[in-house]
Design a protein around this ligand. Structure first.
Ligand SMILES: NC(=O)c1ccc[n+]([C@@H]2O[C@H](COP(=O)([O-])OP(=O)(O)OC[C@H]3O[C@@H](n4cnc5c(N)ncnc54)[C@H](OP(=O)(O)O)[C@@H]3O)[C@@H](O)[C@H]2O)c1
Length: 331
C-alpha cells in the first residue's frame, strides 16, 4: 500500500480509501451485513486505513456497519473514519440542510453509529445553497476547534463555494468525482486545490462499476440500483462506454499485464490525485489491491487512454444525475 499525508493534519492515510455507499444498500439494490463487515476487514488486511461513509448511505446503515466492523477488527486507533453531513431525510425525501441544528444533531448520530468519540475527516456532503455557505462553515469550524472532528472537507463544491467556505473555516480536503470517464475537475477544482494546499480524495474510481472489468450488457440492476437511472447505463451510451472499457482492458493487459480495475486506480494517481475512493461490498473485490501499487504509466499511455475515449464515446456525460435537490427546491 502507498500512503499520503494530509496537509495541515498529522494524518497519513492509504492512497486507496474504501468507499461504503453500496454497503448501505440504498440505491445499490440492498446490503448484506456479514459480507459488508468482511469487506471492511479485507480492505484493512490489505493496508487500507481510510474508510469513507456517510449518514445518507442507507440512512445510517453504512455508518452502523462500518462502526461495527472497525470495533470487531479491534484497532480503531489505526483506522481513519471519514463521514459526511448536510443531507437530511427526516421530513421524507432527501434535501440539503447545512443549518447548525441539523449538523449538531447529525454529528451526534454519526458518532454513535460509528461507535467512536471522534470523526477523523468530516465532509460537507453537498453545499446547502438555501443559506450562506459561511453559515455551514462556522459550524464545521466549531466542531474542528472542539476536536470532535480531526479534519474538515467539502464534497461537490465549486471553486466559489470553497472560497466562501474558507472565509470561516480551515479546509483540509475536497471530495469530487473523478475517474477515467468523469474528468470535469481537471480544469478547475484540481488546480484550485493545488493552489490552496487542499488534499483531493476523489470518489467513483470505477465509475459505478463501468471500469471494474465485470460490467456487461447482460448485467441486471435490481430494485433501487442507481444505475437504472444513470445516463451512462442507458443505450446508446451504455454500449459505447462498455466498448471503451474493453479497449482500456486490452491496453492494461497488453502493456502492464494488469486488470482494468488496477489500471483505472493507477491512472487516477498518475493524474496527480493523492487519494482515490474505491467502492466495494464483497471481500473478494479487495483482492486486486496489490496490483494497483508500485508502478507508473508514461505520457504515451495517458494519451492512448484519451484517444480511446474520443474514438469511442460520442456524447460523454458526467455524474450530475446524482445531485440531490437543493434546500431551495424541497421542503
Ligand atoms: N461525496 C459524494 O457525493 C460521493 C458520491 C458517490 C460516491 N462517493 C464515495 O465514493 C465511493 C466509491 O464510489 P462508487 O461507490 O460510486 O463507486 P466505484 O468505486 O466507482 O464503483 C463501485 C462499483 O464497482 C464494483 N466493484 C468494486 N470492486 C470490484 C471488483 N474487484 N470487481 C468487480 N467489480 C467491482 C462494484 O460492484 P458491485 O455492484 O458488483 O458491488 C460497484 O458497482 C462510495 O462508496 C462513497 O464512499 C461519494
Amino acid at each position: 500500500m502507498e500512503y499520503h499525508s494530509i496537509t495541515g493534519t498529522d494524518m497519513c492515510v492509504s492512497r486507496v480509501a474504501l468507499g461504503t455507499w453500496a454497503i448501505g444498500g440504498w440505491m445499490w439494490g440492498g446490503t448484506e451485513e456479514r459480507e459488508s463487515i468482511d469487506t471492511v476487514h479485507a480492505a484493512l488486511d490489505k493496508g487500507v486505513n481510510l474508510i469513507d461513509t456517510a449518514p445518507i448511505y442507507g440512512f445510517g446503515t453504512s455508518e452502523k456497519i462500518v462502526g461495527k466492523a472497525v470495533e470487531e477488527y479491534g484497532r480503531r486507533q489505526d483506522v481513519y473514519l471519514s463521514t459526511k453531513v448536510t443531507l437530511d431525510w427526516t421530513n421524507g425525501g432527501v434535501r440539503r440542510n447545512g443549518s447548525r441544528d441539523r449538523i449538531m444533531q447529525e454529528v451526534e448520530d454519526s458518532l454513535k453509529r460509528l461507535r467512536t468519540d471522534r470523526i477523523d475527516i468530516y465532509y460537507v456532503h453537498w453545499p446547502d445553497c438555501s443559506r450562506p455557505i459561511e453559515e455551514t462553515a462556522l459550524v464545521m469550524r466549531e466542531l474542528y476547534e472542539k476536536e470532535v472532528i480531526g479534519a474538515v472537507g467539502v464534497s461537490n463544491f465549486t471553486e466559489d463555494q470553497m472560497d466562501a467556505f474558507r472565509q470561516e473555516c480551515p479546509l483540509h480536503l475536497c471530495q469530487p468525482p473523478y475517474n477515467i470517464f468523469e474528468r470535469a475537475i481537471e480544469n478547475d477544482i484540481k488546480p484550485y486545490c493545488k493552489r490552496h494546499g487542499i488534499t483531493l480524495m476523489t470518489y467513483g474510481a470505477l465509475c459505478r462499476g463501468l471500469l471494474s472489468g465485470k460490467m456487461s450488457k447482460e448485467r441486471e440492476f435490481e430494485g433501487d440500483d442507481l444505475r437504472r437511472n444513470d445516463p451512462k447505463f442507458q443505450e446508446p451510451r451504455f454500449s459505447q462506454y462498455l466498448e471503451a472499457a474493453d479497449k482500456l482492458e486490452n491496453l492494461a493487459r497488453k502493456r502492464f499485464q494488469t486488470s482494468i480495475l488496477a489500471f483505472s486506480l493507477r491512472w487516477i494517481f498518475e493524474k496527480g490525485i493523492p487519494i482515490a475512493i474505491w467502492g466495494g461490498r464483497k471481500p473478494s473485490q479487495m483482492n486486486t489491491m496489490d496490483e494497483i501499487m508500485g508502478w507508473s504509466m508514461d505520457y504515451a499511455i495517458l494519451s492512448a487512454v484519451d484517444s480511446i475515449l474520443s474514438e469511442t464515446i460520442d456524447e460523454p456525460v458526467g455524474p450530475e444525475f446524482m445531485a440531490p435537490p437543493t434546500g431551495l427546491e424541497v421542503g
